[in-house]
Design a protein around this ligand. Structure first.
Ligand code: NAP
Length: 318
């Protein structure tokens, strides 16, 4: 009986716990494994992170012909596994960083004690909060063209946003769909020149400049249009489309860490300039969850590397 009571309260102890399984998380794990930190990854909800929702990645060095996003992250995972990293599925639902040992609750059940924690939880797609958006999620509203574009073959669709993601989604959809409307709220796009040029080359993409999304309309069969407003005169009209793809940016996945870790107003984790150090010793942040400016797979990977090196230094100092 006494033994049972003792075992019940012995928490699993991990030297280096990495939360998140995108390029930041896997790179941190690769470096941590090579430093003998026996890293464990808690994969999070979106296994592989945002790279798995993208098409060809052309700007990650080492792949002269580009590489599929899912394949790239799969290769990172295999590299981590080969080096002995343990990857567990699960979501961190609670944290306690008040003491030297960091306590993380996984899936509201199991508690883990970690000596060092690397937060690499990335960012998730934002929604617009306009009427119809939640109602038609999964029946016409999507935030991932590579996941759902297939359902709208030869139909008309709309992409909302003017960033790199919107351009990428529009180009991808233009290869499947009849017509793609890009709904851009300003008279310029935020996207890189290279991405904009790709959009311009596609004859079946029509850009609606200075146009605001107002409502996603449909019936029991799903979406059948998007109501938009002209930014200049406010005139509204409904464009008939069967799919609406949202590409209006991302928000950092930092909520569960906020009781302990400082973030800015948008929720990006604040780190000491140029480093992965957070306000809590032993807790490091890497990748899009802490990146206000760059948000690239390669910068996330580099940040993961720095986080593992700093975690190693920290552990050696204990
Ligand atoms: P983003 O750069 O933040 O762009 C978001 C777009 O959505 C902007 O055009 C923004 O308009 C628009 N938007 C935001 N809220 C809106 C609203 N309420 N109504 C209408 N439009 C709205 O986000 P992203 O495109 O997801 O890119 C995020 C980061 O990932 C960027 O750094 C990007 O370079 C990177 N990325 C890179 C690649 C690549 O290199 N292959 C691919 C994808 C993403 P405003 O411009 O008016 O604010």
């Amino acid at each position: 009986m006494a033994l049972f009571a003792y075992n019940k309260f012995v928490m699993e102890r991990i030297k280096c716990l990495i939360v998140g399984s995108g390029p930041a998380g896997y790179t941190a794990a690769i470096y941590a494994a090579r430093a003998n930190l026996s890293p464990v990854i808690i994969s999070g909800m979106e296994l592989g992170g945002q790279l798995t929702t993208t098409t060809v990645v052309e700007n990650f060095p080492g792949f002269p012909d580009g590489i599929d996003g899912t394949q790239l992250v799969e290769q990172m995972k295999n590299q981590a596994l080969r080096l002995g990293v343990e990857i567990r599925s699960g979501v961190v639902t609670k944290t306690d960083f008040s003491g030297l040992k960091k306590i993380l609750t996984i899936d509201n059940k199991e508690e883990i004690e970690a000596d060092a924690v690397i937060i690499a939880t990335g960012a998730s797609a934002k929604y617009l909060n306009i009427p119809g958006e939640q109602q038609y999620r999964g029946s016409g509203v999507s935030a991932c063209a590579t996941c759902d574009g297939f359902f709208y073959r030869k139909q008309d669709v709309a992409v909302i946003g003017g960033g790199d993601t919107a351009c990428e989604e529009a180009v991808y959809l233009s290869g499947l769909c009849n017509k793609v409307y890009m709904i851009v709220r300003r008279d310029v796009m935020r996207a890189s020149k290279a991405m904009q040029e790709r959009v311009q080359k596609r004859e079946n993409i029509k850009i609606l400049w200075e146009t605001l999304p107002v409502e996603i309309v449909g019936d029991e069969g799903g979406v059948n249009g998007i109501k938009v407003a002209d930014k200049k005169d406010g005139a509204e009209r409904v464009i008939p489309v069967f799919g609406v793809f949202l590409a209006v940016g991302h928000h950092p996945n930092s909520e569960v860490f906020k009781p302990w870790i400082e973030t800015n107003q948008e929720g990006y984790i604040l780190t000491k300039e140029g480093s992965p150090l957070t306000n809590v010793a032993g807790v490091f942040a890497a990748g899009d969850v802490a990146d206000i400016h760059y948000k690239q797979a390669i910068t996330a990977a580099a940040a993961g590397c720095k986080a593992a090196i700093e975690a190693d230094r920290y552990l050696q100092s204990l």
